[in-house]
Design a protein. Structure first.
Lengths: 275, 275
Protein backbone atom coordinates (compact mmCIF):
# COMPACT_ATOMS: atom_id res chain seq x y z
CA UNK A 1 0.00 0.00 0.00
CA UNK A 2 1.33 3.39 -0.96
CA UNK A 3 0.16 6.83 0.12
CA UNK A 4 -0.09 9.10 -2.92
CA UNK A 5 -1.44 12.30 -1.37
CA UNK A 6 -2.29 13.85 1.96
CA UNK A 7 -4.02 17.10 2.88
CA UNK A 8 -4.70 18.43 6.33
CA UNK A 9 -8.43 19.07 6.62
CA UNK A 10 -10.39 20.23 9.69
CA UNK A 11 -7.46 19.29 11.92
CA UNK A 12 -7.50 15.75 10.55
CA UNK A 13 -6.01 14.27 7.38
CA UNK A 14 -7.42 13.37 4.00
CA UNK A 15 -5.18 10.74 2.38
CA UNK A 16 -5.24 8.77 -0.84
CA UNK A 17 -3.67 5.32 -1.15
CA UNK A 18 -3.06 2.82 -3.91
CA UNK A 19 -2.88 -0.88 -3.17
CA UNK A 20 -2.93 -4.19 -4.99
CA UNK A 21 -6.39 -5.73 -4.72
CA UNK A 22 -6.34 -9.53 -4.75
CA UNK A 23 -10.10 -9.63 -5.08
CA UNK A 24 -10.25 -7.28 -8.05
CA UNK A 25 -6.99 -8.45 -9.56
CA UNK A 26 -5.76 -4.90 -10.21
CA UNK A 27 -4.32 -1.84 -8.48
CA UNK A 28 -6.95 0.20 -6.68
CA UNK A 29 -7.09 3.64 -5.13
CA UNK A 30 -9.10 4.73 -2.12
CA UNK A 31 -9.32 7.84 0.04
CA UNK A 32 -9.61 8.02 3.80
CA UNK A 33 -10.41 10.90 6.10
CA UNK A 34 -8.87 10.49 9.54
CA UNK A 35 -10.47 12.91 12.01
CA UNK A 36 -8.39 14.71 14.65
CA UNK A 37 -9.36 12.14 17.28
CA UNK A 38 -7.65 9.42 15.21
CA UNK A 39 -4.60 11.59 14.68
CA UNK A 40 -4.41 11.97 18.46
CA UNK A 41 -4.35 8.19 18.93
CA UNK A 42 -7.98 7.35 19.53
CA UNK A 43 -9.61 4.51 17.59
CA UNK A 44 -12.63 5.81 15.70
CA UNK A 45 -15.59 4.21 13.88
CA UNK A 46 -15.65 4.16 10.07
CA UNK A 47 -18.23 5.29 7.56
CA UNK A 48 -17.78 3.63 4.17
CA UNK A 49 -19.00 5.87 1.35
CA UNK A 50 -19.89 4.28 -2.01
CA UNK A 51 -20.06 6.70 -4.92
CA UNK A 52 -22.17 6.70 -8.04
CA UNK A 53 -21.64 6.17 -11.74
CA UNK A 54 -18.46 7.74 -13.20
CA UNK A 55 -17.07 8.69 -9.77
CA UNK A 56 -13.72 7.84 -8.25
CA UNK A 57 -12.55 8.11 -4.64
CA UNK A 58 -12.35 11.89 -5.07
CA UNK A 59 -15.85 13.22 -5.74
CA UNK A 60 -17.28 12.73 -2.27
CA UNK A 61 -14.18 13.89 -0.46
CA UNK A 62 -13.94 17.09 -2.50
CA UNK A 63 -17.60 18.03 -2.86
CA UNK A 64 -19.72 16.70 0.00
CA UNK A 65 -18.43 18.88 2.82
CA UNK A 66 -18.45 15.83 5.09
CA UNK A 67 -15.13 16.30 6.85
CA UNK A 68 -16.26 19.17 9.05
CA UNK A 69 -18.85 17.01 10.82
CA UNK A 70 -16.68 13.88 10.73
CA UNK A 71 -14.00 15.90 12.53
CA UNK A 72 -16.47 17.06 15.13
CA UNK A 73 -17.90 13.60 15.77
CA UNK A 74 -14.70 11.59 15.41
CA UNK A 75 -15.64 9.45 12.43
CA UNK A 76 -13.25 8.17 9.77
CA UNK A 77 -14.60 8.12 6.22
CA UNK A 78 -13.39 5.65 3.59
CA UNK A 79 -14.21 6.30 -0.06
CA UNK A 80 -13.29 3.50 -2.47
CA UNK A 81 -13.31 3.74 -6.23
CA UNK A 82 -16.47 2.61 -8.06
CA UNK A 83 -15.00 -0.27 -10.08
CA UNK A 84 -11.77 -2.06 -10.87
CA UNK A 85 -9.50 0.13 -13.00
CA UNK A 86 -6.69 -0.14 -15.49
CA UNK A 87 -5.82 -0.86 -19.08
CA UNK A 88 -6.10 -4.61 -18.50
CA UNK A 89 -9.59 -4.26 -17.01
CA UNK A 90 -12.60 -4.79 -19.29
CA UNK A 91 -14.57 -1.66 -20.13
CA UNK A 92 -17.50 -0.47 -22.24
CA UNK A 93 -17.98 2.65 -24.37
CA UNK A 94 -20.60 4.06 -22.03
CA UNK A 95 -20.65 5.75 -18.64
CA UNK A 96 -23.02 3.28 -17.02
CA UNK A 97 -21.20 -0.01 -17.58
CA UNK A 98 -17.63 -1.14 -17.00
CA UNK A 99 -15.04 1.12 -15.39
CA UNK A 100 -16.71 3.61 -13.08
CA UNK A 101 -19.82 1.45 -12.95
CA UNK A 102 -19.09 -1.70 -10.94
CA UNK A 103 -22.54 -1.78 -9.31
CA UNK A 104 -21.09 -3.46 -6.19
CA UNK A 105 -21.69 -7.03 -7.39
CA UNK A 106 -19.43 -10.00 -8.18
CA UNK A 107 -19.56 -10.51 -11.92
CA UNK A 108 -19.94 -14.06 -13.19
CA UNK A 109 -20.09 -13.26 -16.91
CA UNK A 110 -17.42 -12.60 -19.51
CA UNK A 111 -15.57 -10.28 -20.00
CA UNK A 112 -16.26 -8.95 -16.50
CA UNK A 113 -15.63 -11.85 -14.12
CA UNK A 114 -11.84 -11.52 -14.04
CA UNK A 115 -11.95 -8.14 -12.25
CA UNK A 116 -15.47 -6.97 -11.42
CA UNK A 117 -15.91 -8.23 -7.87
CA UNK A 118 -16.77 -4.99 -6.08
CA UNK A 119 -19.12 -6.77 -3.67
CA UNK A 120 -16.31 -8.82 -2.18
CA UNK A 121 -13.98 -5.83 -2.26
CA UNK A 122 -16.35 -3.70 -0.16
CA UNK A 123 -17.53 -6.49 2.15
CA UNK A 124 -14.20 -8.18 2.81
CA UNK A 125 -10.93 -6.94 1.37
CA UNK A 126 -11.24 -3.21 1.95
CA UNK A 127 -12.51 -3.31 5.58
CA UNK A 128 -9.81 -5.85 6.46
CA UNK A 129 -7.18 -3.56 4.98
CA UNK A 130 -8.58 -0.48 6.73
CA UNK A 131 -8.86 -2.19 10.09
CA UNK A 132 -5.35 -3.64 9.87
CA UNK A 133 -3.81 -0.30 8.89
CA UNK A 134 -5.57 2.65 10.52
CA UNK A 135 -6.62 3.56 14.08
CA UNK A 136 -10.23 2.45 13.72
CA UNK A 137 -12.67 0.37 15.72
CA UNK A 138 -14.81 -2.44 14.30
CA UNK A 139 -17.84 -0.13 14.36
CA UNK A 140 -18.89 0.50 10.79
CA UNK A 141 -21.61 2.33 8.91
CA UNK A 142 -22.18 2.49 5.17
CA UNK A 143 -23.66 5.11 2.87
CA UNK A 144 -23.68 6.02 -0.78
CA UNK A 145 -25.15 7.96 -3.68
CA UNK A 146 -27.13 6.68 -6.67
CA UNK A 147 -25.36 3.46 -7.79
CA UNK A 148 -23.47 3.73 -4.49
CA UNK A 149 -26.73 4.11 -2.59
CA UNK A 150 -27.82 0.83 -4.18
CA UNK A 151 -24.48 -0.64 -3.10
CA UNK A 152 -24.76 0.61 0.47
CA UNK A 153 -28.32 -0.62 0.95
CA UNK A 154 -27.79 -4.07 -0.59
CA UNK A 155 -24.47 -4.69 1.15
CA UNK A 156 -25.87 -3.65 4.52
CA UNK A 157 -29.00 -5.79 4.07
CA UNK A 158 -26.97 -8.85 3.03
CA UNK A 159 -24.43 -8.72 5.87
CA UNK A 160 -25.95 -9.02 9.33
CA UNK A 161 -23.82 -7.53 12.07
CA UNK A 162 -21.41 -5.76 9.79
CA UNK A 163 -22.84 -2.22 9.81
CA UNK A 164 -24.69 -0.44 12.59
CA UNK A 165 -26.61 1.81 10.19
CA UNK A 166 -27.00 2.51 6.47
CA UNK A 167 -27.96 5.61 4.51
CA UNK A 168 -28.29 6.65 0.91
CA UNK A 169 -28.81 9.69 -1.24
CA UNK A 170 -30.85 9.17 -4.40
CA UNK A 171 -30.20 5.40 -4.50
CA UNK A 172 -31.10 3.06 -7.34
CA UNK A 173 -33.74 1.40 -5.18
CA UNK A 174 -35.03 -1.26 -7.53
CA UNK A 175 -32.35 -2.11 -10.13
CA UNK A 176 -34.29 -5.16 -11.31
CA UNK A 177 -36.87 -2.75 -12.71
CA UNK A 178 -34.83 0.14 -14.13
CA UNK A 179 -32.64 0.54 -17.24
CA UNK A 180 -29.36 1.17 -15.39
CA UNK A 181 -29.89 -1.90 -13.22
CA UNK A 182 -31.15 -4.20 -15.92
CA UNK A 183 -28.24 -3.38 -18.18
CA UNK A 184 -25.59 -3.83 -15.47
CA UNK A 185 -27.10 -6.94 -13.88
CA UNK A 186 -27.50 -8.61 -17.28
CA UNK A 187 -23.89 -7.85 -18.14
CA UNK A 188 -22.36 -8.83 -14.82
CA UNK A 189 -24.69 -11.62 -13.59
CA UNK A 190 -26.39 -12.96 -16.74
CA UNK A 191 -30.06 -13.23 -17.61
CA UNK A 192 -31.45 -15.00 -14.54
CA UNK A 193 -33.56 -12.36 -12.80
CA UNK A 194 -33.69 -14.39 -9.59
CA UNK A 195 -29.97 -13.77 -9.21
CA UNK A 196 -30.52 -10.05 -9.76
CA UNK A 197 -32.93 -9.91 -6.84
CA UNK A 198 -30.08 -10.73 -4.46
CA UNK A 199 -28.70 -7.27 -5.34
CA UNK A 200 -31.92 -5.28 -5.27
CA UNK A 201 -32.61 -3.27 -2.12
CA UNK A 202 -36.37 -3.31 -2.62
CA UNK A 203 -36.33 -7.10 -2.96
CA UNK A 204 -34.02 -7.59 0.02
CA UNK A 205 -36.02 -5.25 2.23
CA UNK A 206 -39.17 -7.31 1.74
CA UNK A 207 -37.66 -10.05 3.84
CA UNK A 208 -34.54 -8.59 5.35
CA UNK A 209 -31.83 -10.69 6.96
CA UNK A 210 -31.00 -7.69 9.12
CA UNK A 211 -33.00 -4.78 10.48
CA UNK A 212 -30.41 -2.06 10.84
CA UNK A 213 -31.64 1.53 10.83
CA UNK A 214 -31.79 2.97 7.30
CA UNK A 215 -32.16 6.53 6.09
CA UNK A 216 -32.73 7.57 2.47
CA UNK A 217 -32.98 11.10 1.06
CA UNK A 218 -34.21 11.79 -2.45
CA UNK A 219 -34.50 15.05 -4.39
CA UNK A 220 -37.86 15.60 -6.04
CA UNK A 221 -36.26 17.48 -8.98
CA UNK A 222 -33.84 14.63 -9.69
CA UNK A 223 -33.81 13.91 -13.44
CA UNK A 224 -33.33 10.19 -12.77
CA UNK A 225 -36.08 9.84 -10.17
CA UNK A 226 -38.89 8.26 -12.14
CA UNK A 227 -37.04 6.08 -14.63
CA UNK A 228 -34.00 4.92 -12.65
CA UNK A 229 -34.32 5.42 -8.89
CA UNK A 230 -37.86 4.32 -7.88
CA UNK A 231 -37.89 5.09 -4.15
CA UNK A 232 -41.56 4.08 -4.04
CA UNK A 233 -40.45 0.45 -4.45
CA UNK A 234 -38.23 0.73 -1.36
CA UNK A 235 -40.98 2.41 0.64
CA UNK A 236 -43.41 -0.35 -0.31
CA UNK A 237 -40.93 -3.04 0.74
CA UNK A 238 -40.24 -1.33 4.05
CA UNK A 239 -43.94 -1.02 4.76
CA UNK A 240 -44.51 -4.68 3.94
CA UNK A 241 -41.77 -5.87 6.30
CA UNK A 242 -42.10 -3.08 8.88
CA UNK A 243 -38.48 -2.18 8.18
CA UNK A 244 -36.93 0.76 10.14
CA UNK A 245 -36.53 2.97 7.08
CA UNK A 246 -36.84 6.75 7.04
CA UNK A 247 -37.20 7.99 3.46
CA UNK A 248 -37.58 11.70 2.81
CA UNK A 249 -38.36 13.45 -0.49
CA UNK A 250 -36.96 17.00 -0.77
CA UNK A 251 -38.65 19.50 -3.05
CA UNK A 252 -36.37 21.26 -5.54
CA UNK A 253 -33.24 19.17 -4.99
CA UNK A 254 -31.58 17.32 -7.86
CA UNK A 255 -29.13 14.42 -8.27
CA UNK A 256 -25.98 16.48 -7.70
CA UNK A 257 -23.45 16.82 -4.92
CA UNK A 258 -25.15 20.10 -3.98
CA UNK A 259 -27.99 17.93 -2.67
CA UNK A 260 -25.60 15.61 -0.84
CA UNK A 261 -23.76 18.54 0.74
CA UNK A 262 -27.05 20.01 1.94
CA UNK A 263 -27.93 16.91 3.99
CA UNK A 264 -24.66 15.09 4.69
CA UNK A 265 -24.50 16.51 8.20
CA UNK A 266 -27.80 14.84 9.04
CA UNK A 267 -26.52 11.52 7.68
CA UNK A 268 -23.32 11.69 9.71
CA UNK A 269 -25.25 12.47 12.89
CA UNK A 270 -27.63 9.60 12.10
CA UNK A 271 -24.75 7.15 11.80
CA UNK A 272 -23.07 8.57 14.90
CA UNK A 273 -26.17 7.91 16.98
CA UNK A 274 -26.14 4.24 15.95
CA UNK A 275 -22.45 3.42 16.32
CA UNK B 1 -27.52 36.98 -19.77
CA UNK B 2 -28.44 33.32 -19.85
CA UNK B 3 -28.78 30.87 -16.96
CA UNK B 4 -27.02 27.62 -17.85
CA UNK B 5 -27.48 25.61 -14.66
CA UNK B 6 -29.19 25.73 -11.30
CA UNK B 7 -29.00 23.48 -8.27
CA UNK B 8 -30.87 23.81 -5.04
CA UNK B 9 -28.36 23.94 -2.21
CA UNK B 10 -28.98 24.47 1.51
CA UNK B 11 -32.48 25.78 0.72
CA UNK B 12 -31.00 28.40 -1.60
CA UNK B 13 -29.90 28.19 -5.22
CA UNK B 14 -26.54 27.82 -6.94
CA UNK B 15 -26.80 29.16 -10.48
CA UNK B 16 -24.40 29.60 -13.38
CA UNK B 17 -24.85 32.31 -16.00
CA UNK B 18 -23.16 33.32 -19.21
CA UNK B 19 -23.17 36.91 -20.38
CA UNK B 20 -21.46 39.11 -22.90
CA UNK B 21 -18.78 41.18 -21.18
CA UNK B 22 -18.21 44.55 -22.81
CA UNK B 23 -15.13 45.10 -20.67
CA UNK B 24 -13.50 41.79 -21.55
CA UNK B 25 -14.83 41.70 -25.09
CA UNK B 26 -15.90 38.04 -24.82
CA UNK B 27 -18.57 35.79 -23.33
CA UNK B 28 -18.04 35.13 -19.65
CA UNK B 29 -19.46 32.70 -17.11
CA UNK B 30 -20.02 33.30 -13.43
CA UNK B 31 -21.72 31.44 -10.58
CA UNK B 32 -23.90 32.88 -7.87
CA UNK B 33 -25.21 31.37 -4.67
CA UNK B 34 -28.48 32.91 -3.57
CA UNK B 35 -29.23 32.02 0.06
CA UNK B 36 -32.76 31.18 1.21
CA UNK B 37 -33.28 34.72 2.50
CA UNK B 38 -32.82 36.02 -1.06
CA UNK B 39 -35.15 33.38 -2.45
CA UNK B 40 -37.76 34.59 0.05
CA UNK B 41 -37.51 38.15 -1.25
CA UNK B 42 -35.00 39.74 1.11
CA UNK B 43 -32.08 41.73 -0.31
CA UNK B 44 -28.79 40.25 0.92
CA UNK B 45 -25.16 41.40 0.94
CA UNK B 46 -22.70 39.88 -1.54
CA UNK B 47 -19.33 38.24 -1.08
CA UNK B 48 -17.26 38.25 -4.27
CA UNK B 49 -14.90 35.28 -4.43
CA UNK B 50 -11.85 35.45 -6.71
CA UNK B 51 -10.28 32.10 -7.51
CA UNK B 52 -6.70 31.15 -8.19
CA UNK B 53 -4.67 30.01 -11.19
CA UNK B 54 -6.39 27.50 -13.52
CA UNK B 55 -9.75 27.85 -11.75
CA UNK B 56 -13.15 28.71 -13.23
CA UNK B 57 -16.35 29.78 -11.51
CA UNK B 58 -16.84 26.17 -10.35
CA UNK B 59 -13.96 25.27 -8.02
CA UNK B 60 -14.99 27.35 -5.05
CA UNK B 61 -18.70 26.57 -5.35
CA UNK B 62 -18.08 22.82 -5.50
CA UNK B 63 -15.23 22.42 -3.04
CA UNK B 64 -15.22 25.12 -0.37
CA UNK B 65 -18.32 24.13 1.55
CA UNK B 66 -19.26 27.80 1.80
CA UNK B 67 -22.97 27.58 1.03
CA UNK B 68 -23.95 26.10 4.39
CA UNK B 69 -22.78 29.17 6.29
CA UNK B 70 -23.86 31.59 3.56
CA UNK B 71 -27.35 30.11 3.87
CA UNK B 72 -27.31 30.52 7.63
CA UNK B 73 -26.09 34.12 7.52
CA UNK B 74 -27.97 35.27 4.44
CA UNK B 75 -25.03 36.11 2.19
CA UNK B 76 -24.96 35.79 -1.60
CA UNK B 77 -21.68 34.57 -3.10
CA UNK B 78 -20.55 35.51 -6.59
CA UNK B 79 -17.71 33.54 -8.20
CA UNK B 80 -16.44 34.91 -11.52
CA UNK B 81 -14.08 33.14 -13.86
CA UNK B 82 -10.35 33.91 -13.53
CA UNK B 83 -9.73 35.43 -16.97
CA UNK B 84 -11.40 36.19 -20.27
CA UNK B 85 -12.10 32.98 -22.19
CA UNK B 86 -12.62 31.75 -25.71
CA UNK B 87 -10.88 30.77 -28.92
CA UNK B 88 -10.45 34.40 -29.91
CA UNK B 89 -8.80 35.27 -26.58
CA UNK B 90 -5.00 35.27 -26.37
CA UNK B 91 -3.46 32.44 -24.38
CA UNK B 92 -0.10 30.98 -23.41
CA UNK B 93 1.12 27.39 -23.21
CA UNK B 94 1.40 27.51 -19.45
CA UNK B 95 -0.98 27.39 -16.51
CA UNK B 96 0.18 30.66 -14.96
CA UNK B 97 -0.32 33.09 -17.84
CA UNK B 98 -3.21 33.76 -20.19
CA UNK B 99 -6.54 31.99 -19.85
CA UNK B 100 -7.17 30.98 -16.24
CA UNK B 101 -4.53 33.47 -15.09
CA UNK B 102 -5.86 37.00 -15.55
CA UNK B 103 -4.27 38.30 -12.32
CA UNK B 104 -7.08 40.86 -11.90
CA UNK B 105 -5.30 43.67 -13.76
CA UNK B 106 -6.05 45.63 -16.94
CA UNK B 107 -3.48 44.55 -19.51
CA UNK B 108 -1.83 47.27 -21.57
CA UNK B 109 0.51 45.04 -23.56
CA UNK B 110 0.04 42.93 -26.68
CA UNK B 111 -1.43 40.39 -27.25
CA UNK B 112 -3.32 40.76 -23.97
CA UNK B 113 -4.86 44.23 -24.00
CA UNK B 114 -7.83 43.36 -26.21
CA UNK B 115 -9.43 41.10 -23.58
CA UNK B 116 -7.47 40.96 -20.31
CA UNK B 117 -9.19 43.62 -18.22
CA UNK B 118 -10.17 41.59 -15.19
CA UNK B 119 -9.64 44.54 -12.84
CA UNK B 120 -12.39 46.56 -14.50
CA UNK B 121 -14.58 43.49 -14.80
CA UNK B 122 -14.45 42.82 -11.05
CA UNK B 123 -14.57 46.45 -9.93
CA UNK B 124 -17.25 47.72 -12.32
CA UNK B 125 -18.99 45.50 -14.81
CA UNK B 126 -19.73 42.44 -12.70
CA UNK B 127 -21.04 44.23 -9.56
CA UNK B 128 -23.23 46.45 -11.74
CA UNK B 129 -24.66 43.36 -13.43
CA UNK B 130 -25.19 41.55 -10.13
CA UNK B 131 -26.84 44.51 -8.45
CA UNK B 132 -29.13 45.17 -11.43
CA UNK B 133 -30.20 41.53 -11.66
CA UNK B 134 -30.37 39.84 -8.26
CA UNK B 135 -31.98 40.65 -4.88
CA UNK B 136 -28.85 42.05 -3.28
CA UNK B 137 -27.92 45.13 -1.30
CA UNK B 138 -24.97 47.40 -2.03
CA UNK B 139 -23.07 45.84 0.88
CA UNK B 140 -20.10 43.98 -0.54
CA UNK B 141 -17.15 41.99 0.71
CA UNK B 142 -14.38 40.39 -1.30
CA UNK B 143 -12.22 37.32 -0.77
CA UNK B 144 -10.03 35.00 -2.78
CA UNK B 145 -7.40 32.30 -2.94
CA UNK B 146 -3.81 32.52 -4.19
CA UNK B 147 -3.93 34.67 -7.36
CA UNK B 148 -7.48 35.49 -6.29
CA UNK B 149 -6.26 36.45 -2.83
CA UNK B 150 -3.94 38.91 -4.54
CA UNK B 151 -6.90 40.14 -6.55
CA UNK B 152 -9.16 40.54 -3.51
CA UNK B 153 -6.57 42.42 -1.46
CA UNK B 154 -5.45 44.77 -4.22
CA UNK B 155 -8.96 45.54 -5.45
CA UNK B 156 -10.20 46.22 -1.91
CA UNK B 157 -7.21 48.44 -1.13
CA UNK B 158 -7.60 50.44 -4.33
CA UNK B 159 -11.34 51.10 -4.06
CA UNK B 160 -12.35 53.05 -0.95
CA UNK B 161 -15.93 52.48 0.14
CA UNK B 162 -16.59 49.58 -2.18
CA UNK B 163 -16.09 46.65 0.20
CA UNK B 164 -16.71 46.49 3.94
CA UNK B 165 -14.09 43.77 4.51
CA UNK B 166 -11.54 41.68 2.62
CA UNK B 167 -10.08 38.23 3.22
CA UNK B 168 -7.72 35.87 1.50
CA UNK B 169 -6.43 32.32 1.67
CA UNK B 170 -2.80 31.82 0.67
CA UNK B 171 -2.65 35.06 -1.36
CA UNK B 172 0.21 36.12 -3.61
CA UNK B 173 1.10 38.91 -1.20
CA UNK B 174 3.96 40.53 -3.03
CA UNK B 175 3.74 39.81 -6.77
CA UNK B 176 6.43 42.36 -7.57
CA UNK B 177 8.89 40.03 -5.86
CA UNK B 178 7.79 36.51 -6.88
CA UNK B 179 8.04 34.55 -10.14
CA UNK B 180 4.28 34.22 -10.74
CA UNK B 181 3.79 37.94 -10.25
CA UNK B 182 6.83 39.09 -12.18
CA UNK B 183 5.91 36.96 -15.17
CA UNK B 184 2.27 38.07 -15.25
CA UNK B 185 2.89 41.74 -14.55
CA UNK B 186 5.62 41.90 -17.20
CA UNK B 187 3.32 40.29 -19.74
CA UNK B 188 0.20 42.30 -18.93
CA UNK B 189 1.64 45.67 -17.82
CA UNK B 190 5.13 45.85 -19.34
CA UNK B 191 8.52 46.30 -17.71
CA UNK B 192 7.90 49.38 -15.54
CA UNK B 193 7.98 48.07 -11.99
CA UNK B 194 6.36 51.25 -10.64
CA UNK B 195 3.20 50.26 -12.49
CA UNK B 196 3.38 46.77 -10.96
CA UNK B 197 3.32 48.25 -7.46
CA UNK B 198 -0.21 49.51 -8.05
CA UNK B 199 -1.23 45.84 -8.09
CA UNK B 200 0.84 44.59 -5.18
CA UNK B 201 -0.96 44.19 -1.83
CA UNK B 202 2.21 44.63 0.19
CA UNK B 203 3.01 47.88 -1.61
CA UNK B 204 -0.56 49.18 -1.33
CA UNK B 205 -0.80 48.31 2.34
CA UNK B 206 2.22 50.46 3.15
CA UNK B 207 0.18 53.55 2.41
CA UNK B 208 -3.38 52.36 2.04
CA UNK B 209 -6.14 54.47 0.53
CA UNK B 210 -8.60 52.55 2.67
CA UNK B 211 -8.40 50.81 6.02
CA UNK B 212 -11.01 48.12 5.72
CA UNK B 213 -10.64 45.08 7.98
CA UNK B 214 -8.52 42.36 6.38
CA UNK B 215 -8.04 38.73 7.29
CA UNK B 216 -5.48 36.39 5.72
CA UNK B 217 -4.95 32.69 6.40
CA UNK B 218 -1.93 30.80 5.17
CA UNK B 219 -0.97 27.13 5.44
CA UNK B 220 2.52 26.48 6.71
CA UNK B 221 2.87 23.34 4.55
CA UNK B 222 1.94 25.22 1.37
CA UNK B 223 4.42 24.32 -1.40
CA UNK B 224 4.22 27.85 -2.80
CA UNK B 225 4.70 29.67 0.50
CA UNK B 226 8.33 30.71 0.33
CA UNK B 227 8.83 31.34 -3.37
CA UNK B 228 5.47 32.73 -4.47
CA UNK B 229 3.26 33.88 -1.60
CA UNK B 230 5.48 35.84 0.84
CA UNK B 231 3.00 36.71 3.61
CA UNK B 232 5.89 38.24 5.59
CA UNK B 233 5.86 41.15 3.13
CA UNK B 234 2.20 41.81 3.86
CA UNK B 235 2.74 41.58 7.60
CA UNK B 236 5.62 44.04 7.38
CA UNK B 237 3.51 46.49 5.37
CA UNK B 238 0.62 46.21 7.82
CA UNK B 239 2.92 46.82 10.76
CA UNK B 240 4.45 49.85 9.06
CA UNK B 241 1.07 51.47 8.38
CA UNK B 242 -0.75 50.09 11.44
CA UNK B 243 -3.20 48.41 9.06
CA UNK B 244 -6.08 46.34 10.59
CA UNK B 245 -4.79 43.02 9.23
CA UNK B 246 -5.13 39.67 10.97
CA UNK B 247 -2.80 37.12 9.36
CA UNK B 248 -2.69 33.59 10.70
CA UNK B 249 -0.30 30.79 9.77
CA UNK B 250 -1.71 27.27 10.15
CA UNK B 251 0.61 24.34 10.76
CA UNK B 252 0.19 21.38 8.42
CA UNK B 253 -2.20 22.98 5.94
CA UNK B 254 -1.35 23.20 2.24
CA UNK B 255 -2.49 25.25 -0.78
CA UNK B 256 -5.56 23.13 -1.55
CA UNK B 257 -9.29 23.58 -1.18
CA UNK B 258 -9.13 21.30 1.86
CA UNK B 259 -7.46 24.24 3.62
CA UNK B 260 -10.06 26.69 2.35
CA UNK B 261 -12.92 24.41 3.42
CA UNK B 262 -11.42 24.12 6.90
CA UNK B 263 -11.55 27.87 7.52
CA UNK B 264 -14.19 29.28 5.15
CA UNK B 265 -16.76 29.43 7.95
CA UNK B 266 -14.52 31.81 9.89
CA UNK B 267 -14.11 34.02 6.82
CA UNK B 268 -17.85 34.19 6.20
CA UNK B 269 -18.53 35.11 9.82
CA UNK B 270 -15.75 37.74 9.62
CA UNK B 271 -17.37 39.36 6.59
CA UNK B 272 -20.82 39.10 8.15
CA UNK B 273 -19.69 41.05 11.20
CA UNK B 274 -18.47 43.89 8.98
CA UNK B 275 -21.39 44.21 6.55
Amino acid sequence: MEMISQNKSFDGWHKQYTHRSEVLNCDMRFAIYLPPQAVQGQDVPVLYWLSGLTCSDENFMQKAGAMRVAAELGIAIVAPDTSPRGEEVADADQYDLGQGAGFYVNATQEPWSKHYRMYDYIVSELPALIEATFPVTAKRAIAGHSMGGHGALTIALKNPGMFSSVSAFSPICNPVNCPWGQQALTAYLGKDRELWKQHDASELMKNPAVRIPARVDQGEADNFLVEQLKPEALTAAAEASDYPLTLQIHAGYDHSYYFIASFIEEHLRFHYRHF
